[in-house]
Design a protein around this ligand. Structure first.
Ligand SMILES: *Cc1c(COP(=O)(O)O)cnc(C)c1O
Length: 435
């Protein structure tokens, strides 16, 4: 797909993988990102002091620096009290600004287009307040069928809020009979056919269940032509795929930071608002004092004077400890760089896929697309054995994956801290269960 084509450096048909421990070790030795694993805490599991952690798409591991950065803020609070807003080593008043440039690089945006604030579903609602503006002729919201439940509730409740029945207003994109992932051509033809009735399209850029990455650029272009707004939920895209939110010209995007971005449980979320809307002050928005002009925020006047750009959508002064944890992780991303992360992601996920294909026939099927351009790090797997029993058994052997209804095991070799040898060991554990 066009958003990642330029980085398809690993073509599994030309890249020669080998089903051997020596090969896996050699890949680790040559891995340009190998030094970053040491910057994370790797949990123990089973007999392994360092487990095979394949659940970073659910909760990323803790950067070693997170504690130091949080402790700095605890110390400054202890020693300075309220003065910490100005006098802390990293003053709290503008603390979120420390994250802006790094976040912008991760999602391919200009700094003025991004802000870290609130949590994901909150940001999704705030964005829909501004970008779901239904009219009598144009009131439909298009989403994926089987979208993450929170997104479904958010979208349906927004339709209701505007007086529409979700059954009527929400249009779900559904894979064809017998297929488990969506075809771009079907999404485009829906937009082409019904675009005049569509007020907003909300898509994940990677589906949380199937691991399918969408051809966002084409979809966004089609949406523009038909005058539909489009927003992305990057919960499984930020820190995983190469993103170009500005160039793709999407209206907004939201993402959580506790999955691929390792900010810790309940970590803060990111929000992108395209530059086109930076000064669209006539758009309805729910306002709070942190979105108000920084120069006179503390004058405490009654009239809301929004900051141009994404920051203007902020509500509250943000939780500094959470920002500190996220800062520790984003610094690692900034050092490693997204192109290098994506390059390893394609290689190591390709290796996992290759090894799964070596398992006895029929034991394991992969529902995630085979084309590296149509997926990120995650492979969604169906096994012939009961998935709950398998997860427990895997954990005993030191491997942590996760499960999603109805029968999917998700295995995600996160490039920053998973080794090729982990992937090899994982496949060997599965092979023992298969026989
Ligand atoms: C993880 C995830 C969420 C979680 O929402 P929170 O508001 O962070 O609890 C929502 N949507 C998608 C697609 C997700 O993957």
């Amino acid at each position: 797909m066009s958003n990642t084509k330029q980085t398809s450096l690993v073509n599994s048909s030309t890249f020669q993988y080998e089903d051997s421990i020596d090969f896996a070790i050699a890949m680790d030795v040559e891995d340009p990102l190998r030094q970053y694993r040491n910057q994370f805490f790797i949990p123990a599991a089973g007999d392994r002091k360092e487990c095979i952690y394949l659940a970073g798409n659910s909760l990323g591991l803790q950067p070693r620096k997170a504690r130091t950065y949080i402790e700095q803020e605890l110390d400054d609070w202890a020693n300075l009290g309220v003065e910490g807003h100005f006098d802390a080593k990293h003053p709290w008043l503008p603390y979120h600004e420390n994250l802006t440039d790094m976040s912008a690089r991760i999602v391919g945006a200009k700094p003025s287009e991004v802000v870290v604030m609130n949590t994901l579903t909150v940001n999704l609602h705030l964005m829909m307040v501004s970008f779901y503006r239904p009219t009598k002729e144009r009131y439909k919201i298009v989403t994926e069928s089987g979208a993450f439940p929170s997104d479904q509730y958010a979208v349906a409740s927004q339709a209701k809020f505007h007086g529409y029945k979700p059954e009527d207003a929400v249009v779900e994109l559904t894979p064809r009979d017998g297929e488990s992932t969506l075809r771009t051509e079907d999404i485009l033809s829906l937009i082409d056919k019904d675009g005049d009735k569509i007020a907003l399209i909300v898509l994940g850029d990677v589906n949380y269940l199937t691991g399918q990455a969408f051809e966002v650029e084409k979809i966004a272009h089609a949406a523009r032509l038909k005058g539909c707004n489009i927003g992305l939920n990057l919960a499984h895209g930020a820190g995983n795929l190469l993103l170009k939110l500005h160039d793709w010209d999407v209206d907004f995007a939201v993402w959580c930071t506790y999955k691929y971005l390792n900010a810790g449980p309940g970590g803060l979320a990111g929000c992108f608002v395209h530059e086109r809307h930076a000064t669209s002050f006539d758009l309805p928005r729910f306002a709070g004092w942190w979105g108000h002009n920084k120069k006179n925020r503390f004058k405490m006047g009654p009239d809301f004077d929004p900051i141009p750009g994404a920051e203007g959508w902020q509500l509250s002064n943000p939780p500094i400890f959470q920002l500190a944890a996220l800062r520790a992780s984003l610094e690692i991303f900034d050092a490693a760089t997204m192109p290098a992360i994506r390059q390893k992601s394609e290689k190591i996920t390709g290796y996992l896929e290759y090894l799964l294909h070596q398992l006895p026939p029929g034991f394991c099927s992969i529902i995630t697309p085979q084309n590296p351009d149509e997926r990120g790090s995650q492979l969604s797997i169906r096994l012939t054995k009961d998935p709950h029993e398998m997860l427990t058994a895997l954990k005993k052997e030191g491997a942590i994956c996760d499960f999603r209804n109805p029968d999917i095991i998700r295995a995600t070799p996160i490039p920053l801290y998973v080794k090729y040898q982990d992937v090899f060991d994982f496949a060997k554990i599965l092979a023992r269960f298969a026989s």
